[in-house]
Design a binder for this molecule. Structure first.
Ligand code: SF4
Ligand code: ZN
Ligand code: ZN
Length: 314
């Protein structure tokens, strides 16, 4: 590879072989190609208006740090748009505290306002409290990641409303999106697939629309982008990161991608094509407001309140 020349500029030395397209890219052309693809994805799914206030979910990890950097560049071309980074502090000792510092540092460097919301403040418990509590009473069937996911989703929506954002951008990559398709099927909840869109519908005034500008970028490439841009990122894994099924799916997908380059794109695009049909079925599940907290949910009581209720009574 070391003697190969970049297939785009035909000048600089190539350092990355993009198997699914056959391109060999130098650092500069690679970074540009990612930025270009993010712009194209935003345009393709009509993700942004010229005057949007965009909240970017930032964790301090590689994907969200790359996203913040790229959106900062894009936003500079839209004088009426604005960006704000939001971070959820789940309360994971030795992990989130370090990530928070990194996220804050990256925001400062880029001159982006940074808003932090904690589980403790919002719900009265840190994730560590919840894990301890559920382990002690031994009744819960949920994994720490399941608690974390449900509570973080709600917290991100509230944080986005707090900062008066029109859109909430998350750094879900092509790999995340494809894994989620399989997870939903394997969990027996296929209608959920329709909800995970590159740009979510405006279904409820309290639900901030979500956008996923990385949905067509493989995770390997967002990681490489963060590396090229020399961003400070957190690379220690979360101590609870053990969502076994997602990990199995990740392994399975990366194996078939290795053998059949581009297949992850094919899966993602196939599902995009049938989403309107799934959404039609899903539409029957109307969104209403949670009886306890008033946040949007398809159930009588939202999943976050169900969890918190469980913790109160046990
Ligand atoms: Fe939360 Fe699981 Fe991610 Fe840790 S790995 S931050 S527990 S979702
Ligand atoms: Zn080049
Ligand atoms: Zn609720």
């Amino acid at each position: 590879m070391s003697n190969d020349v970049c297939s785009v500029c035909k000048r600089r030395e190539a350092f990355f072989f993009r198997q699914y397209s056959g391109e060999k890219l130098c650092r500069r052309c690679f970074a540009k190609s990612i930025e270009r693809r993010v712009r194209a994805t935003i345009a393709k799914y009509d993700m942004l208006e010229y005057d949007d206030r965009i909240a970017v979910a930032v964790s301090g990890g590689k994907d969200s740090s790359s996203l913040l950097q790229i959106l900062t560049g894009i936003e500079q071309n839209y004088p009426k748009a604005s960006l704000v980074a939001v971070t959820i502090d789940e309360g994971i000792r030795g992990y989130r505290d370090e990530a928070l510092e990194i996220a804050a540092g990256n925001c400062k460097k880029l001159g982006i306002e940074h808003y932090v919301v904690s589980f403790k403040k919002l719900y009265g418990y840190t994730l560590d409290d919840i894990v301890k509590h559920t382990k002690r009473d031994g009744k819960s069937k949920l994994t720490p990641c399941a608690y974390c996911g449900i509570l973080r989703r709600k917290a991100l929506n509230i944080a986005s409303r707090d900062v008066k954002a029109d859109k909430l951008a998350t750094a879900h990559t092509l790999d995340d999106e494809t894994q989620t398709i399989f997870l939903n099927i394997l969990h027996g909840d296929p209608l959920r697939i329709a909800r995970e869109k590159p740009l979510t519908d405006k279904v409820h005034p309290k639900l901030v629309q979500r956008i996923k500008p990385f949905c067509e970028i493989p995770e390997k490439e967002t990681t490489l982008y963060a590396y090229i841009k020399r961003m400070e990122i957190q690379d220690t894994p979360c101590p609870y990161a053990s969502e076994a099924l997602r990990n199995d799916i990740r392994l399975f997908l990366s194996r078939i991608e290795e053998k059949h380059a581009g297949i992850t794109f094919t899966i993602f695009r196939s599902i995009e094509r049938i989403k309107p049909a799934i959404a039609e079925v899903e539409r029957k599940e109307r969104l209403n407001e949670c009886n306890r907290c008033g946040e949007p949910t398809t159930e009588e009581i939202c999943q976050a309140c169900q969890i918190l209720h469980e913790l109160e009574v046990s």
